[in-house]
Design a protein around this ligand. Structure first.
Ligand SMILES: Cc1cc2nc3c(=O)[nH]c(=O)nc-3n(C[C@H](O)[C@H](O)[C@H](O)COP(=O)(O)O)c2cc1C
Length: 70
């Protein structure tokens, strides 16, 4: 829902690629849920959201480091 910015675009699934700089527009993308890190929050500023995103990325690196594809 992205409550910090109230885009009014409803429920979306947003993928955030780490360490990749590729053009995937128009390509099919398979997304798998591995672990829930936290619930979505409304932040008081974009800066606070960006700080949380850095924490999320670090946590995701930890999850991915030990993830074995089933
Ligand atoms: C890892 C990550 C976590 C995020 N967590 C939140 C969140 O908890 N709350 C929120 O309002 N937006 C969060 N966002 C931001 C939105 O998902 C989205 O990127 C932002 O609203 C800008 O969207 P736009 O580029 O379509 O305008 C997060 C983004 C990322 C990449």
């Amino acid at each position: 829902m992205r409550p910090t910015f109230e885009t009014g675009r409803g429920v979306l699934i947003e993928s955030y690629l780490i360490d990749e700089d590729v053009d995937l527009y128009g390509q099919p993308l398979r997304v798998a849920f591995v672990e829930r890190l936290r619930g979505e929050k409304r932040f008081d500023s974009a800066e606070e959201l960006i700080e949380q995103m850095k924490v999320d990325v670090d946590a995701t690196r930890g999850v991915c480091a030990s993830f074995q594809r089933p």
